[in-house]
Design a binder for this molecule. Sequence first.
Ligand SMILES: [Cu+2]
Length: 165
Amino acid sequence: MRNLLFLTLCSFVFMVPQYAQAISPLAVLADEDDGDGDQKADAYSIADAYAYATTSVQTNGAVFFELSNINAQDDRIVSAHADVSEKVELHTHEMDGGIMMMREVEAYELPAGQGLSLEPMGYHIMLIGLKAPLKAGESFPLTLGFEKHQSITFKVQIKNPGDVH
Ligand SMILES: [Cu+2]
């Protein structure tokens, strides 16, 4: 019963960005008016950014989060950077000959006013060649590069794989 309640709460949080802001570790990043007059509300919100802890034999990790594009314009995430691994790639999962495979993508589309979910078995930021195991309870900064917006940096919380997020 408790778990069920928790799940309901989680989905509710994902669906309502205002609530996510109140409840989750979050970065709201607004920039200044850049002179063309329509950028005042230009911002993204990131909620529930996490990665699972890894063991010393795991060389890769993955980052998940909820992003809301609260801009008036469409945008795309075109790059990601973190110091914890040699390479950082934008990945998706897709079926290939009946097998679920990961594949690198060029960008994630961010239509104006919509959200983007990165979650296990879906879109994820892939950390390739971890310099050290990711330890539960710690965090690290991740930077996202956009096609139009200036890049943003936020904290990724490291969790144990069994943890409810
Ligand atoms: Cu991947």
